[in-house]
Design a binder for this molecule. Structure first.
Ligand SMILES: O=C(O)C(=O)C[C@]1(C(=O)O)C=C[C@@H](O)C=C1
Length: 263
């Protein structure tokens, strides 16, 4: 089983892309939200969740759950995201519904129309909540295949071109792919040993000295005390740097070394 968000969501689209590369048969299991996906995954199943968007940045719930659960990142894929306005009649819309990430990616568009905004668990939940003409949802164009009573009222409504979301395949056991991939990444989470000048610099220096390219650095609150952070770093290729990074940290978690299937 491969768990993801409901049928018609962007995450389901990503799951179908992963399936093209995975060796083996997997059925798609649908969950209402990202938390449920992490909870459902067991030793024999997988999950697909969004992790980062080119307009809105990190999906912070995914980052937090990667720390909380012991799952590994097994692969990543990026998809072009083109949002549509879904509903009955654009002129009659008063309330716009969607996932917070999708709403944020269309902020200017929504503001221009002066609609009231309601955030829900997924783009599909938004579509399902369209009770009448007063409601509109932001979702993928393909949803009208499943919700035939609704129409695409506008297309490409994201505020910036080249809108992309990165999705990760997660699970507890290794998976096999049908082909070899050229690009690999490693993702780690750590907390700095000391809060002193240059503390983060010493970690970054370990990467710089080895000529290792960082592809992302992000921080999340430690949730213990205001102003204390957990760092998330993605870097290209090997694990060789880890022992040196460990010296500067109180804890370090390796989320995995995994292939980039589609950039
Ligand atoms: O609600 C969906 O359809 C999702 O798959 C979630 C999600 C996200 O959380 O980033 C996925 C891609 C888009 O960036 C917008 C929404």
């Amino acid at each position: 089983m491969i768990y993801t968000l409901p049928k018609g969501s962007y995450s389901e689209k990503a799951a179908k892309e992963f399936l093209k590369f995975l060796d083996g048969e997997y059925e798609i299991g649908y969950c209402n939200n990202i938390y449920e996906i992490f909870e459902k995954i067991d030793r024999s199943s997988l999950g697909v969740v969004p992790i980062e968007n080119s307009i809105e940045g990190s999906v912070s719930l995914t980052l937090d759950l990667l720390l909380e659960f012991d799952v590994k990142i097994l692969a990543e894929i990026s998809l072009d995201i083109h949002h549509c306005l879904i509903g009955y009649d654009k002129e009659k819309i008063k309330i716009i519904l969607s996932h917070p990430q999708a709403l944020a990616q269309c902020r200017k568009y929504i503001k221009k129309h002066g609609w009231e905004v309601k955030a829900v668990e997924s783009t599909i939940k938004a579509v399902e909540l369209i009770e009448d003409e007063r409601y509109g949802a932001i979702a993928d164009r393909d949803v009208v295949k499943y919700y035939k009573h609704l129409k695409i009222l506008d297309e490409n409504i994201e505020d910036y071109k080249n809108n992309k979301t990165r999705f990760i395949l997660i699970g507890y056991k290794k998976v096999k792919f049908k082909k070899e991939f050229k690009k690999y990444k490693t993702s780690i989470i750590f907390e700095l040993k000391e809060d002193k000048p240059g503390a983060l610099y010493h970690v970054l220096k370990e990467f710089a000295e080895r000529g290792i390219n960082l592809t992302r650095i992000e921080s999340r609150p430690s949730k213990r005390r205001l102003g204390t952070y957990i760092f998330y770093i993605d870097y290209e290729n090997g694990l060789e740097v880890l022992n040196s990074v460990k010296k500067h940290t109180t804890f370090i978690k390796v989320l995995g070394r995994y292939p980039v299937l589609v950039e």
